[in-house]
Write a protein that binds this ligand. Structure first.
Ligand code: ATP
Ligand code: MG
Ligand code: FE
Length: 345
């Protein structure tokens, strides 16, 4: 089946076209620059940008795939979680295309997209694996079965800030531009990761093993900067040391989950999986433990349309019943499965 996927949960307007596990074409627009002077995404600006970009991006993706509207067999759109007004633009567009083309609509969970996108580069997922989803709004360790059919099991999530949120907030403390993750990644190349020992949150033996917490780490960075306020901040060293603390914490817990749950595959996905140090440390630790690491190319780690088309493609091929066109968006939906709304409950 040829599936059109639409993603508008945050500040990226992404459209992808996937057929039987193959990415035929995609297109991406971002309103990132319009948010930079506010230091974070402004929902109203993001929603308006989606409204302008969604139709042209669908056109682009079709052109790149070399197909027309008549070739589309199903439409998938992010139905949550995300910024309410932003999600609604893409979902409404998805409904309109589905209705106009007379094809089924799937309202998919954004985080399922982060996981499913890996199949476009590395083939079908194994029957079960541990997944670490690390993004701007989420940090979750999961047990995945068949992504299209099985419920997702949460081993642990973050008690406060997401890993990506911590990158963005620490970048702000360091006077680095939005979005902070890529900026920290870049400047950390020139820093010493051992310069400062920041805490590895929730890693002591009496802590819940798969639970995360990043707001204390952000505060530790803020305190360190305050304490050394009389000298110029060694930005590269602070960035590298902070990044090391995050990478160490994430990979320690992911490897523990693989070991405890006898999983031979670790799926590392979401925007923070684009981080060079997180990727490198995960590779090393997975290799040492004999675990197969699957991580998408950096451009597919951050939000895009291909990830949503990938979920739709899995759902169609698994014969999962589509959604009704009166499906409503849920800005804070917890990840239970590929569809935002599980029809079996
Ligand atoms: P969610 O998926 O939880 O709804 P989101 O869609 O906004 O959140 P993503 O697009 O998956 O998040 O990822 C964006 C986040 O990833 C931002 O916090 C950004 O700073 C972070 N990020 C992107 N690239 C990197 C990088 N190279 N290093 C660290 N963090 C990064
Ligand atoms: Mg974004
Ligand atoms: Fe995302």
């Amino acid at each position: 089946p040829v599936v059109l996927g639409i993603e508008t949960s945050c500040d990226e307007t992404g459209v992808g076209i996937v057929a039987d596990g193959v990415l035929l074409g995609d297109a991406l627009a971002t309103s990132m620059d319009e948010h930079a002077r506010f230091g974070g995404v402004v929902p109203e600006i993001a929603a308006r940008a989606h409204l302008h970009a969604v139709t042209p991006m669908v056109r682009h993706a079709l052109d790149r795939a070399g197909i027309g509207f008549g070739d589309i067999d199903a439409v998938a759109a992010t139905a949550g979680p995300g910024l309410a007004t932003a999600v609604q633009v893409g979902l409404a567009a998805g409904k309109a295309y589905a209705l106009a083309l007379g094809v089924p609509l799937y309202g998919v969970h954004h985080l399922a997209g982060h996981a499913a996108v890996d199949t476009l580069e590395h083939g079908p997922l194994p029957d079960r694996c541990v997944a670490l989803i690390v993004s701007g709004g989420h940090t979750s360790l999961l047990l995945l079965g068949d992504l299209a059919r099985d419920p997702v099991i949460h081993l642990g999530d973050t008690a406060d800030d997401a890993a990506g949120e911590a990158f963005d907030k620490v970048a702000r403390l360091l006077g680095l531009p939005y979005p902070g993750g890529p900026a920290i990644d870049r400047i950390a190349q020139d820093g010493n990761p051992d310069a400062i020992t920041f805490p590895r949150p929730m890693t002591s033996p009496h802590d819940p093993p798969y639970q995360f917490s990043f707001s204390g780490l952000k505060t530790a960075v803020a305190r360190w900067i305050e304490k050394h306020g009389d000298q110029p901040v060694p930005v590269a060293d602070v960035a590298a040391s902070f990044q090391e603390a995050v990478a160490d914490t994430l990979t320690q817990k992911a490897m523990a989950a693989c070991r405890d749950h006898h999983a031979d595959t670790l799926l590392l996905v979401g925007g923070v999986a684009a981080n060079s140090r997180v990727r490198h440390l995960a590779e090393q630790r997975a290799a040492n433990a004999g675990v197969r690491l699957r991580v998408p190319s950096p451009r597919l780690c951050t939000d895009n349309g291909a990830m949503i088309a990938a979920v739709g493609d899995l759902l169609v091929r698994a014969n999962v019943a589509p959604d009704r066109l009166d499906l409503s968006a849920d800005p804070s939906a917890v990840l239970r499965g590929a569809l935002l709304k599980d029809h079996s409950v």
